[in-house]
Design a binder for this molecule. Structure first.
Ligand SMILES: [Zn+2]
Length: 142
C-alpha cells in the first residue's frame, strides 16, 4: 500500500499534526482504546458472534503485547513505525471485523483508516503523555 494514491488523504491528515515518539506501553494502551472505539457491536459483520467476547478475540494479540514497529523514538510520520503504523495496523483489525471476507486493502479500508486518524487527533492522544512515556519499555522482547 506504499505509494497507493487512495491513501494520500491518510498521509495528508498526518501532515497537519505533530506526531510525538511512541513507547511500547503507550502504543499498546492507545491501540486498545482505538480498537475499542472502532469495533462496536453494530460494526460486527458476523452474525452469531458472542459480543463483546468476539471483539476481544479479534484484537487480543495487539493489546496484550503491542507491536515492536509501533515504538518510535523519533517524532514525525512514518507508515513503517510509530503512530502511523499503529493506526494502519489497527485499521486492518477494525476493517476485518467489519468485512471478514474482503481483501485487506479493499476499497473502503482507506476511508476507515482516515476516520481512525481523525479520531486519534480528536481525542488529543498525540498531545498526551502517560507515565509510561519514558522509553523504559523499549527493550521488551518480541
Ligand atoms: Zn495495510
Amino acid at each position: 500500500m506504499h505509494n497507493d494514491p487512495r491513501y494520500a488523504p491518510v498521509e495528508g491528515a498526518w501532515q497537519y499534526v505533530d506526531i510525538p515518539p511512541l513507547t511500547r506501553a503507550d502504543a499498546r494502551w492507545y491501540a486498545r482504546l482505538l480498537l475499542k472505539a472502532f469495533t462496536k457491536k453494530q460494526d460486527c459483520a458476523v452474525r452469531g458472534y458472542r459480543y463483546p467476547l468476539s471483539r476481544t478475540w479479534w484484537y487480543a494479540d495487539y493489546t496484550k503485547r503491542g507491536r515492536r514497529c509501533w515504538v518510535s523514538r523519533k517524532p514525525g510520520y512514518s507508515l513503517d513505525r510509530g503512530w502511523g503504523r499503529l493506526v494502519h495496523d489497527c485499521s486492518h483489525v477494525a476493517f476485518r471485523f467489519r468485512h471478514p471476507n474482503w481483501r485487506p486493502h479493499e476499497h473502503g479500508h482507506e476511508e476507515l483508516e482516515l476516520e481512525m486518524v481523525h479520531y486519534v487527533v480528536s481525542q488529543n492522544w498525540l498531545a498526551l503523555k502517560t507515565t509510561a512515556n519514558q522509553f523504559i519499555d523499549i527493550a521488551m522482547p518480541g
